[in-house]
Ligand binder design. Structure first.
Ligand code: ADP
Ligand code: ADP
Length: 225
């Protein structure tokens, strides 16, 4: 599903952001990626989304070998994953409905399927009463759930979330983790980058710790493998 083999990323300025990373994530897993600022977490996500290229090593995501992927295949590849950005990246002059519908429109879904699917996903996120609001009319946690709805709407096999609880209060953080767990129960692989130790400590999930570009531990919270 997701596999990195001996992956190294050295930026042009000489920074070694990832150093010989080996990681395998099976279909349907829920994995936290944790580590201090500058550890290489965002770099790892960028490599998985093919926003950056590795300096060395092999990366596979879903059925794709990212090393061999042609430029024109990248948009198709990205459609197999749902991405939740730390800063939400909602479109401010579109309503909540339109923000989520847009993700379906760009892949050519029919109006009929959009009108059926978007309200369904927004209801799952508890946002059915906010469909006609604009992002700036929403609380932080609500904006985050719109971002989740948009990431989910095309039924991706992999969801990648970068600090999904970064800008919301602790209760909302729990709600978002609950939603991600629900999504995971429907067989979607979930990969969450976070620095919130309290969340990770209380959920029984696989936790991969990165420091200085290396994986320093990989374990199930609450039991050692
Ligand atoms: P994290 O997400 O864990 O905070 P990053 O992956 O953002 O870590 O950064 C890892 C290291 O790579 C840091 O030293 C950072 O300064 C560096 N880095 C990140 N992006 C770039 C870039 N585009 N160019 C040069 N160095 C970068
Ligand atoms: P928070 O507690 O996260 O700061 P807010 O005070 O921003 O939350 O929002 C509380 C509620 O009021 C939310 O449900 C939000 O959607 C609604 N809200 C906030 N600002 C507006 C607005 N300009 N128009 C409509 N609803 C709003």
């Amino acid at each position: 599903m997701v596999e990195l083999r001996n992956v190294t990323k050295k930026y042009d300025n000489g920074t070694l952001a990832l150093d010989g990373v080996n990681l395998k994530i099976e279909e349907g897993e829920f994995v936290f990626i944790v580590g201090p600022s500058g550890a290489g977490k965002s770099t790892l996500l960028k490599l998985l989304m093919k926003e950056e290229e590795p300096t060395d090593g092999i990366i596979r995501v879903n059925k794709y070998n990212l090393n061999r992927m042609k430029r024109r295949q990248v948009p198709y590849f990205r459609r197999t994953m749902g991405i939740v950005f730390q800063d939400f990246r909602l479109i401010s002059d579109m309503t909540v409905f339109e923000n989520v519908a847009f993700a379906m429109r760009v892949i050519g879904c029919s109006k009929k399927s959009i009108n059926r699917r978007v309200p369904y996903v927004l209801k799952l996120m508890g946002l059915e009463h906010k469909m006609q609001n604009y992002p700036n009319e929403l609380a932080g946690g609500e904006q985050q759930r719109v971002a989740l709805a948009r990431a989910l709407v095309n039924n991706p096999s992999l969801i990648i979330a970068d600090e999904p609880t970064g800008n919301v209060d602790p209760r909302m953080s729990w709600d978002i983790m609950d939603l991600l767990s629900e999504i995971n129960k429907r067989k979607t692989t979930v990969l969450v980058v976070t620095h919130e130790k309290s969340l990770v400590d209380r959920l029984r999930k696989r936790v991969v710790s990165i420091e200085h570009g290396k994986i320093v531990s990989d374990r199930m919270e609450g039991m050692y493998r």
